[in-house]
Design a protein around this ligand. Structure first.
Ligand code: MN
Length: 450
């Protein structure tokens, strides 16, 4: 299962994948077009002509929940369960031969790829959909994670590594004064991107999670230089090493919130090998702070909130980290509550499951958590601030939130219980329905009767 396989599936549906034929520049212009289409429901985009560069660019592949569900062969209400189960049941993919052995005898030059410069204050072009593979030096287990990667020169990159799994691997190698062998894959099926952004525990290989998400259809291959395992059908594979002890300025760069992250000293990758089909390759892009970025970051967290809330209230209709809330800071949880106190417990559970969460709204099962109009309606008609508002002060929040104390990370969290109170008659809160409303198909109304 490859990126191309998924793109052909999208082509069969109206307006899921749009081809841009005008020649555009990698500096700001393509990013601006991606942003223009990004309204939370926008299509995937295929750019066919890139100024002074070979290859095609694809963007916004995972930009809607609908497309992610299509890629994983599931539905919106089963999505979180599917991701949770895949993390618990990783399965080894099928190893095949390394696909690029006959290509690219030249010295590697990263500038041959159409890497985008996105925002005004970016220090240069950034790789945004690169999946980075590395192995724990002691156990040999492999890790996969997505990182933003700044191009420094044709053979060097700066990589932002937050203190998670890759950071732990780098620390272990650096303790022994060794470089870290790494591979980077660009242009992969959505399942690989979703698995690589999942919170699978350390030691779980995200490629195995991706393989479960793909029902065993993922093929992998061993890189000739580093011996790392990568998706065999990736469009571009890069091999190299994170140099021992070397750090350079990385940033400023736009994060989930659409604000600039600070400049930090970050590790350097030296590129040793690059593999791709120079005559026909697709370079994949994730627009920083775009819907795709928010969905990929938020989905695994939604799955975590879903699992935690489900342990308290058995009937969870859905969990939504909203796009307006940066896919990170605002959640809506829809539950079928059994007693009046349930919603407040759900508020606390949501904060415990996703520590960066700042505001959460809990609604009843008759409210669609993905429809913000319905959610606001629930707040308007079912929420009473003196009774239903939960405020927690001086609590650890997100480093991304500019309104928090960004040194101590202390913030205030707010929970809104917008479920109807059991103390009043149910009919008071009933959403009026028009009979037959659900049966009417708008598209059929303009066709003539035969
Ligand atoms: Mn990991």
């Amino acid at each position: 299962m490859s990126l191309r396989d998924f793109m052909s599936e999208l082509e069969q549906e109206a307006k899921e994948l749009i081809t841009i034929r005008k020649e555009l520049s990698t500096k700001y212009e393509i990013a601006a077009v991606i942003k223009k289409f990004d309204n939370g429901n926008g299509p995937a985009l295929l750019f066919k002509k890139i100024k002074q560069k070979n290859g095609f660019i694809v963007a916004n592949i995972c930009g809607t929940r609908k497309r992610i569900c299509k890629a994983l062969r599931t539905t919106i209400d089963k999505l979180h369960e599917k991701i949770s189960n895949a993390i618990k049941n990783p399965k080894k993919p099928k190893l095949t031969e390394f696909p690029f052995s006959k290509l690219n005898k030249d010295l590697p030059n990263i500038n041959n790829l159409p890497i985008l410069t996105h925002y005004e204050k970016d220090p240069g072009p950034y790789i945004t959909a690169g999946i980075v593979f590395a192995k724990d030096p002691k156990t040999g287990t492999q890790n996969a994670s997505i990182h933003r990667i700044l191009v420094i020169d044709k053979k060097h990159l700066a990589i932002r590594v937050v203190p998670r799994h890759l950071y732990r691997i780098i620390t272990a190698y650096w303790k022994e004064k060794r470089d870290v062998p790494v591979a980077i894959a660009i242009g992969t099926h959505p399942a690989v991107l979703i698995a690589a952004s999942s919170p699978a525990p350390y030691g779980v290989d995200e490629l195995h999670v991706a393989n479960t998400l793909l029902r065993g259809a993922l093929k992998t291959a061993i890189c000739p230089y580093t011996g790392l395992e990568v998706p065999a059908e990736a469009e571009i594979i890069i091999e190299g090493k994170i140099l021992y002890g070397k750090e350079v300025d990385e940033g400023p760069f736009v994060d989930l919130t659409g604000t600039y992250d600070v400049v930090r000293k970050q590790p350097v990758i030296k590129i040793e090998k690059m593999y791709y089909n120079q005559d026909d390759f697709i370079y994949q892009v994730i627009l920083p702070a775009g819907s795709e970025h928010k969905l990929l970051m938020g989905l695994p967290r939604e799955a975590q909130i879903w699992a935690t809330v489900k342990s308290i209230v058995p009937d969870v209709r859905g969990v939504h980290l909203t796009l307006g809330g940066c896919g990170w800071l605002h959640a809506v949880v829809s539950i079928k509550k059994q007693t009046d106190g349930d919603a407040k417990n759900v508020i606390l559970a949501a904060f415990a499951a996703h520590p960066s969460l700042k505001h959460v709204v809990v609604v009843d099962e008759d409210i669609n958590p993905y429809d913000m109009g319905e959610v606001e309606w629930a707040i308007a008609t079912r929420f009473n601030a003196s009774r239903d508002l939960v405020i927690i002060q001086n609590v650890r929040g997100s480093s991304l939130d500019p309104s928090a104390d960004q040194i101590t990370l202390l913030t205030t969290k707010m929970g809104i219980d917008a479920t109807r109170p059991f103390t009043k008659p149910k009919e008071k809160f009933e959403r009026a329905k028009i009979p037959l409303e659900e049966k009417i198909d708008i598209n059929s109304l303009t066709e003539e009767d035969n």
